[in-house]
Structure formats: structure tokens, C-alpha cells
Design a protein around this ligand. Structure first.
Ligand code: 8YV
Length: 323
């Protein structure tokens, strides 16, 4: 008997075919229960679901009494009510590891672009504004040899630290819930308090998941502690930063600039003040967005789904206690 599965995101063709060979698939664009009876009927029978970036909470789960496995094509799982899923013995699967290096590349892109003002100056050249030798008003900041403070020294934070230490000879500070001995041994990373990291770092790099504890962790008081020549880099989740406080800090020169891939609201609203600030580099949440890595994430999520449904594997399970 094939498994009943709801698919709410496109998959590469070969993976989609594999899913269809092994499962009875209902393809939907969203998980909005308001979309009709057909969807609700599929939900009522669904044992698995695969997709990304849509909220899954008690309301939806009430409509899916047979659900056993939800597989997200992402490492982050803040769209899911994990406690509620665990209570209902539903396994939540995610895709760590496969996106680590790609996301670290993007974080380094933000560091370099913010410090060297590459997007801003690229815009100037393209629009014909390069009319004489550039002067101090267009100078950037060095990256090599500076202090990088990483908040959240997990897999991706460590991959950023490796680039920084061994590629750019940077000094690494980190703040984390637990000591990361490997990062200390490999990158000479130094564990410090949040205050110490904020006041000493030239680049404060946020690599945190979004949880009740991390929400708005960086606000007015934290910007006050940063150096005026420092940059804030966010490659994790937008709501970790109080965006209004960030805008003020940038406008008032409390920090020199920011490099952002993630925002409180995504896509970033057209009237966001962040779009008017020259000292902010804004990317559209592309941390893992390369052909190779998005394929690897989809393949991993599919394997996670099929492995869990058939009770072959619980690898990449966020809540293994339900097994
Ligand atoms: C996702 C991400 O693919 O994996 C994550 O947690 O943030 C990205 O890699 C993205 O959220 C999908 O839109």
C-alpha cells in the first residue's frame, strides 16, 4: 500500500517521480485549510507531508489525524509547532549538513559586500556615476585580520569561522549555549559573553535559529554595545533582530553597516526603511539557494520522508523521542 502524502513545494523532476512511484501524492500550492474540501479530504488521509516555509500548527494538525511524518526542505523548522507535533507523535524531519557550506559562502558574501560596499559601488558604476578617481567617501573597511563575533556556533557558524580564520586571518569570538571545543581547537575561537562579543567584534554575525529565546535578541541595548565601526550580519532568521532598532542604529551611526539575508517579514515589504539605507546590503533569503544545494536539500527531504514513513530510518529527525 503506498503512503498518502501531501506535497506542498515543487521537487526536481526525478525526485518528484520517485515520490510518485512510492506514494499516493496530493500536490497543493499551500497548506491553507480554506482552500477546499478536496484538500481537507487529502489531509484527513495524509500520513506524510513534504514542502517548505508554511506554518504547521494545531489547527492544521487537527485536520490530519493520520499524519506520522512531516519533512521540511530546510534546516530551520520555526514554521512548525514542534511541541504539538511531538505530543501527537508526528516525526518532524529537516535537512541539516547539505546546506552548511553554501550558506557559509553566502554569509561571507554579506561580510565582504557590506565591508567593501560592493553592491553600492557596483550600482554607482552601472549608473554612470564613476566620473573621477574615488575618494574617502567611497572607502570601505578591511575584513582580513578583523574580529568576527559569531552568535550561534553550530554547523553553519563553524563553517563561517573556518573561512574567516583560515582564509582571512580573522580573530574569532563566539557566543553559544554550549562550549564548542572543536571550533576552539580548529579556529582558535574564544567563547565570550554576549556583551563582550558585541563590544569587541568588528563583525557581529548572527547564525541562530528562531526560538522563543532568540526572538528580538538583538535590540536597542545590544546595538548600543556595538562599536560604531562594526557591522551586523544576519544569515539565520530575521526576527532574531529587532528591525526597527536596527534601522535606528544604522541611521544614527551606532553601527557602520549591515548585511542581511533574512528579515522580520519576508519578502521584505517595499516600504521597508532598510531599502533606503545605503549602508545595508539586502539579499532575498538566498543562504542555500544554489542549484546544487537546493537539489541536495530536496533529495535529503525526500529520503527523510520515505525513510521515516517506511520505518527504515529516523536520520534528521528533530523530535526523535516520538519514535
Ligand atoms: C530554506 C533556510 O530553504 O534551510 C533553511 O532553514 O532558511 C533555507 O535554506 C528557505 O527557508 C526556503 O525558502
Amino acid at each position: 500500500m503506498p503512503f498518502n502524502v501531501i506535497q506542498y513545494e515543487d521537487l526536481p523532476q526525478d525526485l518528484e517521480q520517485r515520490l510518485q512511484e512510492q506514494c499516493n501524492v496530493t500536490r497543493v500550492e499551500s497548506l491553507d485549510p480554506g482552500q477546499g474540501n478536496q484538500f481537507r479530504a487529502a489531509l484527513a488521509e495524509a500520513e506524510g507531508m513534504i514542502g517548505v516555509s508554511q506554518d504547521v500548527g494545531p489547527g492544521l494538525l487537527d485536520l490530519a489525524p493520520k499524519l506520522r511524518v512531516a519533512s521540511t526542505i530546510s534546516v530551520g523548522y520555526d514554521h512548525f509547532d514542534v511541541a504539538e507535533m511531538t505530543k501527537r507523535r508526528i516525526m518532524l524531519m529537516h535537512t541539516p549538513d547539505v546546506l552548511t557550506e553554501t550558506t557559509a559562502d553566502m554569509v561571507f558574501t554579506l561580510i565582504l559586500c557590506a565591508a567593501r560596499r560592493a553592491p553600492e559601488l557596483h550600482g554607482m558604476v552601472k549608473s554612470g556615476g564613476w566620473t573621477s578617481t574615488i575618494g574617502a567617501e567611497h572607502f570601505g573597511s578591511d575584513v582580513h585580520g578583523k574580529k568576527l563575533g559569531i552568535i550561534g556556533m553550530g554547523r553553519i557558524g563553524s563553517a563561517v569561522a573556518r573561512r574567516a580564520r583560515h582564509g582571512f586571518n580573522m580573530e574569532i569570538l563566539y557566543h553559544n549555549r554550549t562550549v564548542n571545543r572543536e571550533a576552539e581547537a580548529l579556529f582558535d575561537a574564544r567563547l565570550c559573553s554576549l556583551d563582550e562579543l558585541l563590544s569587541e567584534s568588528d563583525f557581529v554575525c548572527l547564525m541562530l535559529p528562531l526560538t522563543d529565546q532568540t526572538k528580538k535578541m538583538i535590540g536597542p541595548a545590544e546595538f548600543d554595545k556595538m562599536k560604531p565601526e562594526a557591522y551586523l550580519i544576519n544569515g539565520g532568521r530575521g526576527p532574531v533582530v529587532d528591525e526597527q532598532a536596527l534601522v535606528l542604529a544604522l541611521q544614527e551611526g551606532k553601527i557602520r553597516g549591515a548585511g542581511l539575508d533574512v528579515y522580520e517579514q519576508e519578502p521584505l515589504p517595499a516600504d521597508s526603511p532598510l531599502l533606503t539605507l545605503a549602508n545595508v546590503v539586502t539579499l532575498p533569503h538566498i543562504g542555500s539557494a544554489t542549484h546544487e544545494t537546493r537539489y541536495a536539500m530536496a533529495a535529503c527531504a525526500l529520503e527523510n520522508l520515505l525513510g521515516a514513513l517506511s520505518q527504515r530510518s529516523t536520520r534528521n529527525c528533530v523530535n526523535p523521542e516520538v519514535v
